[in-house]
Design a protein around this ligand. Structure first.
Ligand code: ADP
Ligand code: ADP
Length: 231
């Protein structure tokens, strides 16, 4: 599904070159659930930006769902991003004046899906995250956990090849975090491929595999054996 080969990302700054990623090799198969950890500045965001087709590496290859994407034009890259990737962020990134349903429909509007099918698919995605009864509420009328569910439904609605989540529980209390992680776990059990960045070990424990970054390199890549820290 995801194959990163010998990827490096160099930022050239006045103070010299910064290797945000250095010779990284990572393969993620369909159906995996991967957590990414590492200290601040270790390259996690850079890696996620590359995987999410938001940026291009300085060198190396990236195969996404069987296609080499590093040589695509910006326009093609944006298309691949819309088709293949679902994003979930720490701060939800919902449109404040749009209902849950409209927020979830948004990727389908970009994809040119007709109105009726759009509404049906958005409803189905909201049902998957247990929010079908709140679909006409705007974000302000929803709790943090409910807003994140809307964001997850939006990430799913296009049936992406992978879901990328950057600190998805970072703005939530621990009880709500568990609810959200239970949803990710269910989605993964249903076959969704998930890559998630977190600082918290008890969140990482929901994943089946843990990759650790340090100084732009992968320093550990292991199965998560048991949920030692999970409550
Ligand atoms: P993390 O997400 O693990 O905190 P990042 O991927 O954001 O790490 O950053 C990795 C390194 O690359 C850091 O040293 C950071 O300061 C640097 N970096 C990231 N983005 C840029 C940029 N646009 N320009 C210059 N340096 C950057
Ligand atoms: P996160 O909280 O996800 O680790 P960061 O605070 O590391 O995010 O980075 C936020 C954004 O700023 C990213 O898009 C990253 O590429 C950029 N960035 C990080 N470090 C630098 C830097 N030293 N110079 C310029 N941009 C940076």
């Amino acid at each position: 599904m995801v194959k990163v080969e010998n990827m490096s990302k160099v930022y050239r700054t006045g103070g010299g070159d910064i290797y945000a990623m250095k010779n990284v090799f990572v393969t993620v198969e369909k159906g995996e659930f991967v957590a990414i950890m590492g200290p601040s500045g270790s390259g996690k965001s850079t890696f996620m930006n590359m995987i999410g087709c938001l940026d291009r590496p300085t060198s190396g290859l990236y195969h996404l769902d069987g296609m080499e994407v590093t040589n695509l034009s910006d326009k093609q890259l944006a298309h691949v991003r819309n088709q293949k990737i679902g994003f979930v962020f720490q701060t939800f990134h919902l449109l404040p004046r749009s209902t849950a349903l409209r927020n979830v429909e948004l990727p389908l509007i970009y994809a040119g899906v007709g109105r009726k099918e759009r509404t049906e698919r958005a409803r189905a995605a909201l049902a998957r995250v247990g929010l079908d009864e709140r679909m006409n509420h705007i974000p302000n009328q929803l709790s943090g956990g409910q807003r994140q569910r809307v964001a997850i439904a939006r990430a799913l609605v296009n049936e992406p090849a992978i879901v990328l989540a950057d600190e998805p529980t970072g703005a939530l209390d621990s009880r709500t975090s568990i609810e959200i992680m239970d949803i990710f776990q269910q989605l993964n059990e249903q076959g969704t491929t998930i890559i998630l960045v977190t600082h918290e070990p008890d969140i990482a424990c929901y994943a089946k595999r843990l990759i650790r970054f340090r100084d732009g390199q992968v320093v550990a890549d292991d199965p998560v054996r048991d949920r030692l820290f999970a409550s």
